[in-house]
Write a protein that binds this ligand. Structure first.
Ligand SMILES: [Zn+2]
Ligand SMILES: [Zn+2]
Length: 345
């Protein structure tokens, strides 16, 4: 028995214990307790790193597009109501390691688990900031950052300055967050915030108000040609108009999907993606160990299984990443461990 325990300890602590797990259809597949998870990342013009929460770092021909980078974590579910914003500089530095040549930072909505690290992240990288009215208003105490911010509300396609990347905001929605009221304690779910001039450390997390949610179509350009098309959202939403067509990659939010009828299958039927990156699945409230990831509140292995079951016919012509991505996956979709990079060709 003792030897068996020692053997298990040895096997789970050896340097080669990298999770490269194919999904077999059982809840046990969602096991993110594997240390040292770093798959190889071959060179390519087109890579996508999953940063955790709704965050991704897209690199196209050495230009970077950073979306929703949030690393600090709030400290338990109750903190969302009673806690204050804090910046965990160590985790921010570690999450932003090797994030370079950023030409733009993009946000779908302004909740703390997306926008919450922006004052710090904006100091580390350059580039314009695309957010909603609420996001621009919230930056009143950070004039250097606010001058870089552009509200996407009412805008159509925009070329990212200095990069061969075009973004198109898509008016979107946000799954209910156990809150249907439009007064306390549900103010975080409300529309655009009033202009805010206090340092964020003095704000309650709930004061980073969502504002109007947007999804994005992101086109990676090669001259006049669209070389790759990506769809991105950071919240589950019910059926609505979305630019249809063929997408190389759909980056879609899993959290709270079961509060929304027909998601994600209605969306994927329109997008016809060649691969799906499932994001925003892990618990962004707690300070997770980098070697171990647990699900967001209310999300379970069984619910994750159901999500995957519902999207199983969505990818008809799979074009998976060419590298071995740490996480749970098939050739149709990836649920990468935060920090993992997907390499496409
Ligand atoms: Zn949100
Ligand atoms: Zn979120």
């Amino acid at each position: 028995m003792r030897y068996a325990a020692l053997l298990i300890l040895f096997l789970t602590s050896c340097a080669g214990s990298v999770i490269r797990r194919q999904y077999t259809g059982t809840p046990n597949d969602f096991d993110f307790r594997h240390p040292g998870c770093t798959a190889s990342t071959p060179q390519s013009d087109f890579t996508v790193r999953y940063l955790g929460s709704g965050g991704v770092y897209i690199n196209w021909k050495n230009d970077g597009l950073l979306i929703g980078p949030y690393f600090s974590h709030a400290g338990g579910v109750l903190a969302a109501q009673f806690g204050h914003v804090h910046f965990d500089d160590e985790r921010i530095a570690s999450g932003m390691k090797d994030v370079k040549n950023v030409r733009a930072i993009l946000f779908g909505h302004s909740h703390f688990d997306h926008l919450g690290d922006l004052p710090r992240v904006a100091k580390l990288v350059s580039g314009v900031i695309y957010t909603n009215d609420s996001g621009v208003n919230l930056l009143g105490n950070y004039p250097d950052v606010q001058t870089r911010a552009i509200s996407v509300e009412g805008k159509t396609s925009m070329d990212v300055p200095g990069a061969a990347i075009r973004i198109t905001p898509v008016k979107w929605d946000h799954a209910p967050q156990l809150c249907r009221l439009h007064h306390w304690p549900c103010t975080y779910a409300m529309g655009a915030a009033d202009p805010q001039t206090r340092p964020w450390e003095t704000l309650h997390l709930r004061e980073l108000r969502s504002g109007q949610t947007y999804a994005y179509v992101i086109e990676l350009l090669d001259g006049d040609r669209v070389a790759h098309r990506i769809y991105y959202n950071d919240a589950a939403a019910a059926e609505r108009p979305v630019p249809e067509g063929s997408y190389d990659l759909a980056i879609i939010c899993m959290a709270s999907y079961d509060f929304v009828r027909g998601y994600p299958e209605w969306l994927l039927a329109r997008l016809k993606p060649h691969h799906v990156l499932i994001s925003h699945y892990e618990d962004f409230f707690v300070k997770q160990k980098t070697s171990s990831w647990s699900f967001a509140p209310l999300l379970t292995n069984a619910k994750a299984n159901r999500f995957i079951e519902r999207m199983k016919d969505a990818v008809r012509d799979p074009r998976p990443p060419v590298n071995d991505v740490c996480g749970v996956k098939t050739d149709r979709w990836s649920m990468p461990v935060p920090g993992e990079t997907l390499v496409f060709q």
